[in-house]
Design a protein around this ligand. Structure first.
Ligand code: IFM
Length: 477
């Protein structure tokens, strides 16, 4: 056990710090719609998440990102929190509708200025910026023209990427084209739990493909602009069958395609998944695929970002008979039970760090030529509250983070090249359809006053970073 000082001088007793290699980098992550607010300010256009969250019944309690954490106005305070935290890097996302309100066409100078200010503030604080170009906030105007169902959106994404690269390419260390395209395609267009709230099998598969094409085109323009490192962030899943029943094992095979191989096979092996026809029938090889697409999608990358939270249990689920196309994309159930017998976070997610090691080592074994990995998100939502002494005591989050960092260290020890880790999230924020009840932050947000209060986990993470540097620094000559 080690003890690190909290901000108020109270020692925070923590589990042992993980044994990560010298040069391993630590950071924190956020995303634009979840923290910025200022949804209609300074020329920002509407995104699909503005439309979705303003539609009654779509988000918990009707929550929207209109104000969120008001980061748009309070970013200097947030950068100061990052500086105090001692992180090497900060992963944020650029809001496409702030830069190009209509998705294509006129550019918004005030939107461009905002990220200039943020990036410069980060650099002045000695923090390396990592920018995600697409964290789910598609300009509504593009959705009105078909959204990710149509190829034009991939082209528009590349144009927006070129704009961002030209403006910020000299200062952003790491570029992430897409965040979790699984959610954009399948949660957004098949399940409908996320914006744009569609329930279409065909639309979801076309969206998955066009997201990948958009990614590849964006890599090309980022390279042409001579930017820093370029990669993509995937939320690959460590899947387990709910039982040994043949139906569940067949569902597991389909889920491997849906959750993982639909992304990894085109990106890292230059082919479509071998078992895709079993998963989607005739829809798998849809007309959205064109000759040459696999070459675009497979553009070489400098790194791959991995977001991990929990393992997933798969069980066969009843088909949705109403729509044969839809059922092909949604007939795989995520088990409700917790076969791991471990604690659940407030998201209802089982805490199983060993599954993280398994995911990383499994990926490495399957694609040995993979570029270095960065953990671009990992963290837990807990039932945090501000105590009368002005603190937020969150031992569960400290335990979660320590366990998952140790799991990363185990993967590194097993030969996986992992270069860094961004905790999700710097701030409590808008957790999409779950609104503001789920708190993932190292920093507590009072949504009435927007006051920021670092939690115990913030102080613990700061201590971990300091201890890591002290342990791994070269002795002075
Ligand atoms: O809040 C999200 C984030 O936007 C994407 N990855 C998962 C997080 C927690 O659900």
């Amino acid at each position: 056990m080690s003890a690190v000082p909290s901000g108020a001088g109270t020692p925070v007793t923590s589990p042992a710090f993980p044994d990560l290699p010298a040069g391993f980098r630590f950071g924190a992550a956020t995303a634009a719609y979840q923290i910025e607010g200022a949804h209609d300010e300074d020329g920002r256009g509407p995104s699909i998440w503005d439309t979705f969250s303003h539609t009654p019944g779509r988000t918990l309690g009707g929550a929207t990102g209109d104000t969120a954490c008001d980061h748009y106005h309070r970013y200097p305070e947030d950068v100061e929190l990052l500086r105090e935290l001692g992180v090497d890097g900060y992963r944020f996302s650029i809001a496409w509708p702030r830069l190009v309100p209509g998705g294509t066409g006129p550019v918004n100078p005030k939107g461009l200025d905002f990220y200039d200010r943020l990036i410069d503030e980060l650099l002045a604080a000695g923090i390396a910026p990592a920018a995600t170009l697409y964290h789910w906030d598609l300009p509504q105007a593009l959705e009105d023209r078909g959204g990710w169902r149509v190829r034009e959106t991939a082209q528009a994404f590349a144009e927006y990427a070129a704009l961002a690269a030209e403006r910020y390419g000299d200062r952003v260390e790491r570029w992430i084209t897409l965040n979790e395209p699984f959610c954009s395609a399948f949660v957004g267009y098949a399940e409908g739990r996320h914006a744009p709230g569609a329930q279409e099998g065909r639309g979801a598969l076309a969206a998955a493909h066009h997201l990948l094409v958009g990614h590849g085109l964006a890599v090309q323009v980022l390279r042409a602009a001579g930017t820093g490192q370029v990669g993509i962030t995937l939320n690959l899943d460590r899947l387990h069958p709910a039982s040994g029943r043949s139906e569940d094992l067949a569902a597991l095979r389909r889920a491997e395609v849906l959750h993982n191989e639909v992304w990894t096979e085109p990106l890292f092996a230059g082919r479509y998944p071998a078992h895709e026809a079993e998963t989607w029938g005739g829809l798998a090889d849809g007309p959205w695929r064109r000759p040459g697409d696999l070459e675009v999608i497979g553009e070489p990358l400098d790194f791959v970002g991995i977001n991990f939270y929990r393992p997933v249990t798969v069980e066969a689920a009843p088909h949705r008979e109403a729509d044969p196309e839809l059922r092909t994309a949604t007939d795989i159930g995520v088990g409700e039970s917790n076969p791991y017998g471990t604690r659940l976070t407030t998201m209802g997610w089982p805490v199983v760090p060993a599954a993280f090691t398994e995911l990383l080592t499994g990926l490495h074994a399957r694609y040995p030529q993979l570029p270095p990995l960065w953990i671009t998100e990992n963290g837990s939502a807990e039932a945090d509250s501000l105590t009368p002494d002005g603190h937020v005591h969150d031992p569960e989050r400290i335990d979660y983070l320590a366990g998952h960092l140790a799991a990363v260290a185990d993967a590194v020890a097993a030969g996986v090249d992992v270069r860094g880790y961004y905790v999700w999230s710097l701030l409590d924020n808008f957790e999409w359809a779950r609104g503001y009840e789920q708190r993932f932050g190292l920093v507590h947000i009072d949504y009435d006053t927007l006051t920021r209060t670092p939690k115990d986990s913030y102080h613990w993470y700061r201590g971990l970073i300091t201890a890591h540097r002290a342990r791994t620094e070269e002795p002075a000559r």
